[in-house]
Design a protein around this ligand. Structure first.
Ligand code: GLA
Length: 357
């Protein structure tokens, strides 16, 4: 069991000791940030039940972890399944939370019927676009006025320096204009929705410039794109603070809004793919280093609150995180602000302090 009340060096430095914490009511994270930006969490149909009290106390926005992805909403050409996505949207409405829609056009978790006939032959450009239009009309139409922002396109930019766009079925079968067409359709279907381009490794200088060039080119052609989502899957030491700041500055120079859409801070280095790790608890030293990292991140986010309209964590508490299975299956990680027992970690307290600094 995690010793969550263990005194850390950091909390001593900040003048908050164990007695203080126990005496002090836990403030609402989204309330302390209400003059800055929305505080979001990725949720699923299970965590809205198992993590209900943390969600309703601390978060002003939710994103569906999987429930609004193409294959979940639209598993067969003539069949939609809105049950779980509806449950999430209803939950948000009952509790006065906003909903980010995630995601309409992506190369993952998209069924093969979008690109091929049942006999395996490829669909034409026009057929793929007709399916996309029908999908977007149905999905965005259903949640019009209830989902305030959509990640219209996710992860379209290449990680490799020798090409601009990722090689995907969307690109191969539709052509480069799948990007502008997707944003134009989205705007036509829900003119009030804020439309985002979302990506990972978004602070890496080479990829940052590719994302910048792509969004700049869309904007110069009048394509309705309102924001860039920085996924924010970070680690204790990476990427460096200055690299994150440079990315925020560069994207903000385009005149679009920014959101951190999938924030977590893994306790493992990126290149640590060891399967031998037997650690079962996050010790005080790791909690302290992570708190310092969260402090660094939120001080940066606060400094850019004029362009940054939301920070969404990719999960709620350390008992339910995708990082338990990525990149090493079954290896425990502790990337979030609340322990496996749903108690605020040192990182939570420094993030609260940052709001009022
Ligand atoms: C990407 C996607 C998310 C999620 C994470 C990993 O960042 O945008 O929807 O799948 O990977 O869980």
């Amino acid at each position: 069991m995690l010793d969550v009340h263990r005194l850390t060096k950091l909390s001593v430095q900040k003048g908050m000791n164990r007695m203080d914490r126990e005496a002090k009511p836990v403030p609402s994270l989204c309330q302390v940030y209400q003059d800055h930006f929305l505080i979001g969490a990725a949720v699923n149909a299970r965590t809205i039940l198992t993590h209900e009290s943390l969600l309703t106390q601390h978060f002003s926005s939710i994103t569906a972890e999987n429930e609004m992805k193409f294959e979940e909403l639209h598993p067969a050409l003539d069949r939609y399944d809105f049950q779980r996505a509806d449950a999430l949207v209803n939950f948000a409405e009952q509790h006065g939370m906003k909903v980010r829609g995630h995601t309409l056009v992506w190369h993952n978790q998209t069924p093969s019927f979008v690109f091929s006939h049942s006999d395996g032959t490829a669909r034409t450009r026009e057929q793929v676009l007709a399916i996309l239009r029908e999908h977007m009309t149905t999905v965005m139409g259903r949640y019009k006025g209830r989902v305030y922002a959509w990640d219209v396109v996710n992860e379209a930019v290449s990680d490799a320096d020798d090409r601009e766009l990722r090689d995907t079925p969307w690109l191969r079968q539709v052509g480069e204009d799948y990007l502008s067409l997707a944003f134009e359709m989205a705007h036509e279907i829900d003119p009030n929705a804020q439309l985002f381009y979302n990506d990972y490794n978004e602070t890496h200088p080479g990829k940052r410039e590719r994302i910048y060039r792509m969004v700049k080119s869309l904007l110069s052609r009048g394509v309705p794109i309102h924001g860039i989502g920085l996924q924010g899957h970070y680690r204790l030491g990476q990427p460096p603070r200055d690299e994150i700041r440079d990315a925020i500055e560069r994207y903000a120079s385009l005149g679009v809004k920014l959101q951190v859409t999938e924030l977590d801070v893994s306790t493992y280095a990126w290149n640590d793919q060891s399967r031998e790790v037997q650690v079962q608890v996050q010790d005080a030293r790791s909690q302290e280093r992570q708190a310092q990292r969260y402090e660094e991140l939120f001080s940066l986010f606060r400094a850019y609150k004029d362009v940054l309209t939301g920070v969404t964590l990719w999960g709620i508490a350390d008992d339910a995180t995708w990082l338990d299975n990525f990149p090493v299956r079954g290896r425990k990680d502790w990337p979030l602000l609340f322990t496996e027992d749903h108690v605020p970690k040192p990182a939570f307290w420094v993030v609260v302090d940052e709001a009022t600094r």
